[in-house]
Design a protein. Structure first.
Length: 418
């Protein structure tokens, strides 16, 4: 207790970018994880787990310039450790080292957390829950289509049937630049503009190139081109040397349609992402009501070779908090009560009944005999039934219907989950 003139205790605040997860959200996140895990298993992807702590020098091998911003600390030997800021890199390390003798293709999935320092002045999470899958040892449009089909299936299973996946290809962009004779200095300007998602800077850099139409116009508009195969036809017409890359992307669209995901996928040549990280197809999944992608992915054929055996690879990562926000936004504001009973006396006089219902699969929230908080507790936590002893039987309130009734045995009156 603070005394006049003295400061009170410091507020129980969290570090920038950190958050607590309350019971309802935690339960819903676990449900999403379970649905995604089931879809990944149906495609033959087996779950792996990588450590939260990694050696900085190992992760820095993944790409030029190192792993980037991360939470860093030292071990007892003075080596720099990082809290993993990414899951694709540790999984690539695991596959290249621990599964080096696997004949391939290697199909792995994961559900884990990543940690990144939030940029100064920006409201961004420092910790994210992610789910993802990686297909290592298979190249070509067939592998890309499988991973995109898996992503669309996982999002639909999670309750996001109206997600849209925008697909680009950094190798197609490189083929266009090769065909137009862009110098490395000009490419660097374009890379910087693409990384910043700055279309104005991209167009300015494109106009500075000494090109004739239709190549000059195509390059200036490249990041804004989206649609179906007609986009690829336009690129191939303007830059004939890019036709093979356009053909690979058209083949991908056909295969994605065969996976049943064609309606969700569109070409978007503005999806460029980090050119140093990816080597081919890149994609982002969007959901109504969420401003940032709920999932990102692509092909990164060069990464595995930095840790050991070189193998082609493609995969994706779902940010579970964003997916949860999108799915929750589609639910009715007031969810129906969940099956479960708040049992007055379940902590003392009615322990046998509580045990029997739990054994039958029905959640039981126990209170001591005489506790008057049962209805308020059920309303706060969303449980369907409230029950208490009444004479030789029970009085039960069904919060879903508002009906109150009497019964002799709770196990017979309350349905258990199938």
């Amino acid at each position: 207790m603070a005394v006049d003139g003295e400061a009170g205790p410091a507020p129980a605040t969290l570090p920038a970018g950190a958050k607590d997860v309350l019971p309802v959200e935690a339960e819903e996140l676990r449900e999403l994880e379970g649905r995604i895990r089931a879809v990944a298993a149906a495609f033959g992807y087996r779950e792996v787990m990588t450590p939260v702590l990694e050696l900085a020098e190992v992760l820095d091998r993944a790409q030029e310039g190192g792993v980037g911003p991360a939470f860093r600390l030292f071990d007892d030997h003075g080596r720099v450790l990082v809290l993993r800021p990414d899951l694709t890199i540790p999984v690539a390390r695991l596959v290249a080292t621990r599964l080096a003798d696997h004949p391939g293709p290697v199909r792995v999935a994961y559900l884990a957390r990543v940690f990144r320092p939030p940029p100064a002045g920006r409201a961004q999470a420092a910790e994210e829950r992610q789910a993802g899958a990686e297909l290592v040892g298979a190249g070509g449009a067939e592998a890309d289509a499988e991973v995109i089909g898996l992503l669309v299936s996982a999002l639909a299973a999670a309750g996001l049937g109206d997600a849209r996946v925008a697909v680009g290809d950094v190798s197609l962009t490189a083929a266009v630049l090769d065909g137009l004779g862009a110098s490395e200095a000009r490419r660097e300007r374009l890379r910087s503009a693409a990384s910043a998602r700055n279309l104005v800077a991209w167009r300015r850099a494109a106009r500075d190139l000494d090109l004739a139409d239709p190549g000059r116009t195509l390059l200036a508009e490249l990041p804004s081109l989206r649609g179906g195969e007609e986009v690829l036809e336009r690129v191939a017409d303007a830059v004939p040397s890019a036709e093979p890359a356009c053909g690979r992307l058209a083949r991908l669209l056909d295969l994605v349609a065969a996976h049943g995901a064609g309606e969700a996928v569109m070409i978007d040549l503005g999806v460029l992402r980090d050119w140093a990280y990816y080597s081919g197809v890149v994609f982002e999944a969007y959901a109504p009501g969420v401003g940032a992608p709920v999932a990102v992915g692509g092909r990164y054929d060069r990464m595995a070779g930095r840790f050991g055996r070189a193998r082609p690879a493609v995969g994706f990562t779902i940010t579970l908090e964003r997916l949860h926000r999108a799915v929750a936004g589609q639910r009715p504001e007031e969810a129906p009560p969940r099956d479960g009973v708040v049992l007055v006396g379940g902590m003392d006089d009615d322990l046998a009944a509580a045990r029997a219902m739990r054994a039958a699969g029905l959640p039981v929230v126990a209170l001591p005999t005489g506790d008057e908080r049962a209805e308020r507790l059920a309303a706060a936590d969303g449980w369907r039934w409230v029950a208490a002893r009444a004479g030789d039987g029970y009085r039960v309130l069904d919060r879903a219907s508002g009906r109150s009734f009497a019964c002799d045995e709770l196990q017979e009156a309350l349905p258990s989950p199938p």
